[in-house]
Design a protein around this ligand. Structure first.
Ligand code: ADP
Length: 391
């Protein structure tokens, strides 16, 4: 499928792209598009969203409101997202009206709901942890009373979870009292040896390109991704299985644009799909400096249905997230950030958020080094030195 114009004329004139969500992922996508002078509009509910400071056209609007999303989408040719919680009916309407929506609403509809997503994996014979779904906490409690579920388990809200919010390890029925009611999932605990991610890009013409498998390390206290190591420290056979599994997931969704596939490698060396994100992903930040074509470049090419670039890594890379310090909320102060400038293989990104909060993602650093372990040590050192606090 070729959009709009031939490749030759696309170079002279790009269609307008609208990004729903104006955080750091939107900013990095905007910056990539800006290199080619692609006209970009961004919408976010927050007037202080990161993108407001950098992009051509910023609209403040509720991403979950039907009319607001419809109105915004009507002003552009291609619509994409950097966050999943968007009014799906509006996107469906835009698709019906001939707008190009990437990822397609058929993909987003499944991904927006963790119950639908898990069922999709079962239907498509994609390995994932065992689960049961419930309409409410009450129905979950009665299943527990009937001895249908054993502790501990992982509870997940079906909708609106992110970065570990909406996910909890449950050890007793009492712990369910502090959880928001609503549709939910109960997953069997996986004995995780490593958490991995594979990002695949696919353009509407059907070309796919796969980034190397990366390893995600989580902060044990906040449960947020702290480090990304590329390549993952896994055997060649696991790497190849991870790529095969990711490709199967990608083919099953039949998506356009990026698809980040989060995997668990369990203690028996079995790979399970945890969840996917059909958009740029934190586990792909390293690719801005570490790969020949970054995830943002690949996504942009997919949006425009251009041939994809080269997803291979230029150098082993480690990315470390810089998050707001515990106990600090308010106007941001960056402490010791200047340490990064002395290190020639360290690349600093600050998102430009004026307000910090505990564990809020405020920036990241990517370190390129032929020795992955050296890059990792440097990332750990910088993480300790740099503090993001409030004044
Ligand atoms: P979110 O969408 O908020 O990122 P995830 O589904 O990725 O939520 O879960 C967050 C984290 O919780 C995972 O990265 C993993 O560390 C842990 N987790 C999730 N599901 C399981 C499971 N079935 N078994 C063990 N740990 C899990």
């Amino acid at each position: 499928m070729l959009l709009f114009l031939s490749h030759k004329s696309i170079l002279a004139y790009f269609p307008k792209i609208g990004i729903l969500g104006g955080g750091q992922l939107g900013k990095m996508l905007f910056l990539e598009a800006h290199k080619w002078a692609v006209p970009i509009s961004v919408m976010d509910s927050d007037a202080n969203a990161v993108c407001h400071k950098v992009c051509n056209t910023f609209v403040q609007g509720d991403l979950l409101d039907y009319q607001t999303v419809l109105n915004f989408g009507s002003t552009v040719d291609i619509i994409t997202i950097e966050i999943e919680n968007i009014n799906i009916r509006a996107l469906q309407e835009l698709e019906k009206n001939g707008k190009i929506v990437i990822p397609q609403t058929s993909v987003l509809e499944i991904v927006q709901n963790k119950v639908k997503q898990k069922k999709f994996y079962n239907e498509n014979e994609i390995a994932t942890s065992n689960f049961q779904s419930f309409e409410s906490i009450e129905s979950l409690k009665s299943a527990i009373s009937n001895n249908e579920i054993t502790f501990p388990f992982i509870w997940k809200a079906a909708r609106f979870g992110y970065d570990g919010y909406g996910v909890k390890k449950i050890n007793s029925i009492k712990e369910l009292n502090s959880i928001n009611d609503g549709e939910c999932l109960v997953e069997e605990m996986v004995d995780i040896s490593k958490e991995l991610s594979v990002i695949i890009c696919r353009n509407p013409s059907g070309e796919t390109s796969c980034f190397p498998v990366v390893e995600m390390e989580f902060n044990p206290k906040s449960n947020q991704v702290e480090y990304i190591l590329c390549p993952a420290r896994i055997s060649e056979s696991i790497e190849s299985l991870a790529h095969q599994l990711a490709l199967k997931v990608s083919q099953s969704f039949n998506h356009f644009g990026l698809l980040a596939i989060e995997l668990f490698l369990d203690k028996n060396q079995t790979l399970l799909v945890n969840e996917v994100a059909p958009r740029p992903h934190n586990s792909g930040h390293w690719s801005v400096e570490g790969a020949y074509s970054s995830q943002y470049q690949q996504h942009l090419r997919a949006l425009l249905d251009l041939p994809l670039g080269n997803s291979l890594m230029k150098s082993p890379s480690v990315m470390v997230n810089l998050v707001g310090k515990e106990g600090c909320s308010g106007n941001v102060v960056y402490q010791n950030v200047n340490q990064v400038h002395d290190i020639s293989n360290a690349y600093l990104h600050l998102y430009g958020k004026s307000i910090t909060r505990p564990n809020r993602k405020m920036g990241h650093i990517t370190i390129l080094d032929q020795q992955l372990e050296s890059a990792y040590k440097m990332a750990q050192k910088l993480k300790q030195q740099i503090q993001i606090i409030s004044n």
